[in-house]
Write a protein that binds this ligand. Structure first.
Ligand code: AMP
Ligand code: ZN
Length: 487
């Protein structure tokens, strides 16, 4: 089987395409990062965990991946508009901090949370404020090429001019007339020639703290140009994959494409990949809707909508169980079910190290390995991969119970494939539920139960077994031994 026959759903062509990288063994991947003016909520994390899965799988396939994920630390205005409050300045006033203190505080928080989710760090994490020169240079070229104009110290992209030659609504397959109908009259329109024009550079008043000198006077860059400038700097004029949440398609990514084409004649990426939203009771989780859980609230159980705490790995597993292009609805029930699934999977992984090997085999593992690759090669379908891994869980448990056998060849395949899919591709970790302390406590409890039984105090022995069951620990009485596992 050709393990590298990966197909990816490309938003640009609205179809699944066989992935072919520009340079044979390397992949350039750009993902829009967070705007660090507040804590990331669970929805934001879903997007970054989805792209972590893709990054991991590309690495697993042997590609050398340069993964660039930016930090938006300037230029993002309220409501994603070209006018109005700067998100950082507003928060800085509110928290009585410098805007850069806000940036530092929430960047550290973002890194901490993503580390708890066991995501791999990107290869480069550039900031918008660190690339003002590159953004100015790009805007200058767009102006020189005739696709942008200056008005009162701000520079706007001329969408009407662009549409004379190119298709502005290409990414989301929308016609210009429809776009115009759907665009509200917003502030700042007086300065713009056309209603769809957007800011590349925004004039800043003297009281604005985060501002820089430019050929058009003091100001700051628009939100969209930062990604165009930074992706170009680190990945080139055209690279392989550009990603982000689906909510970024219509404006941010549409504008990124227009800027790159207006600057150097090509769109930035060959494959545009968009992950779907995390919802709560069907409503998209967002800061403005006020339904945003913070991951740390989830891990501590400290939120009115949470029945209890959930561990980072059961939440990661919850995300992996749904394909990245489907919506994922948050509920206590769904998380509890995922926690059970995660524990069952991890329990089977830990049984692998002591599994009995026979000369006879009841299983041919190679066929099911192919099914795992087929799942991941079909647009990173981790949901089907996990269903396949549960078939391995069943096999491992059957062998462990002495009801079936596996030979050395098949065991080696099972052992390495299970561990690499679980740890390297899905990015799961064994959580410390099985920690040394828990082991010791369990040995003690099992001894107490043995003692009760030897004194014919069966009521106490049953009570201990049932109470553990309620906590989620199952005791099994073997012929010579008592074993336990998390259920
Ligand atoms: P922001 O910090 O608002 O720029 O968002 C960072 C990333 O999170 C973007 O890629 C968004 O598309 C993504 N995002 C925002 N809300 C959600 C959500 N409810 N579910 C999944 N991704 C989201
Ligand atoms: Zn971006």
């Amino acid at each position: 089987m050709e393990y590298r026959k990966l197909s990816i759903y490309n938003t640009l062509t609205r179809s699944k395409e066989i992935f072919k990288s520009i340079h044979s063994d390397s992949v350039g991947l750009y993902v829009c990062g967070p705007t660090v003016y507040s804590n990331v909520h669970l929805g934001n994390c879903r997007t970054f965990v989805s792209f972590d899965l893709m990054f991991r799988y590309l690495l697993h396939l042997g590609y050398k991946v340069r993964y660039v994920r930016n930090i938006t630390d300037a230029g993002h205005l309220e409501g994603d508009r070209d006018e109005g409050d700067d998100k950082f300045a507003k928060k800085a006033k509110l928290e009585q901090l410098e805007p850069m203190e806000i940036v530092q505080k929430y960047t550290l928080g973002f890194h901490h949370v993503l580390e708890l989710f066991n995501t791999l760090p990107p290869s480069i994490e550039p900031t918008a404020t660190g690339h003002i020169c590159e953004q100015i240079e790009m805007i200058k070229v767009i102006v020189d090429n005739g696709y942008a104009y200056e008005k009162d110290g701000s520079v706007y992209f001329d969408v009407e001019k662009y549409t004379k030659k190119y298709n502005y609504g290409e990414l989301t397959n929308r016609k210009l007339e429809d776009l115009l109908v759907n665009t509200r009259e917003l502030g700042g329109q007086n300065e713009k020639k056309g209603r769809l024009d957007f800011a590349l550079w925004i004039h800043a008043k003297p009281e604005h703290i985060m501002r820089w000198p430019s050929p058009w006077g003091w100001g700051f860059p628009g939100w969209h140009i930062e990604c165009s400038a930074m992706s170009k700097k680190y990945l080139g004029e055209q690279f392989d994959i550009h990603g982000g949440g689906m909510d970024l398609q219509a404006t941010h990514h549409t504008n990124e494409i227009a800027q790159s084409i207006a600057c150097h004649g090509t769109g930035p990426a060959r494959y545009w990949v968009h992950s779907n939203m995390l919802t709560v009771n069907g409503t998209r989780m967002s800061k403005s809707a006020g339904n945003g859980f913070l991951p740390l609230e989830l891990f501590s159980g400290n939120h009115p909508l949470l029945e209890r705490a959930y561990t980072p790995m059961s939440v990661r597993f919850f995300m992996m169980q749904t394909h990245y292009r489907s919506t994922l609805d948050f509920s206590n029930e769904a998380l509890k079910a995922s926690e059970k699934g995660y524990r069952r999977l991890m329990n089977a992984v830990s049984l692998l190290d002591n599994l009995k090997i026979s000369s006879h085999t009841d299983f041919d593992i190679s066929v099911s390995i192919e099914r795992c690759y087929a799942a991941m090669n079909d647009d990173f379908n981790s949901s089907i991969l996990i269903a396949e891994l549960f078939e391995w869980v069943r096999i491992i448990n059957t062998i462990n119970d002495g009801k079936a056998s596996i030979d050395e060849t098949n065991f080696k395949l099972l052992n390495t494939s299970m561990k690499s899919f679980v740890f390297d591709v899905l990015g799961l970790l064994q959580e410390s539920d099985n920690s040394e302390t828990l082991n010791r406590v369990m040995n003690f409890v099992i001894d107490m139960r043995k003692k009760a039984k030897s004194e014919k105090n069966y009521a106490t022995a049953d009570y201990i077994r049932d109470a553990l069951q309620d906590i989620g620990i199952q005791i099994k009485d073997g012929k010579d031994d008592v074993t336990w596992n998390l259920v």
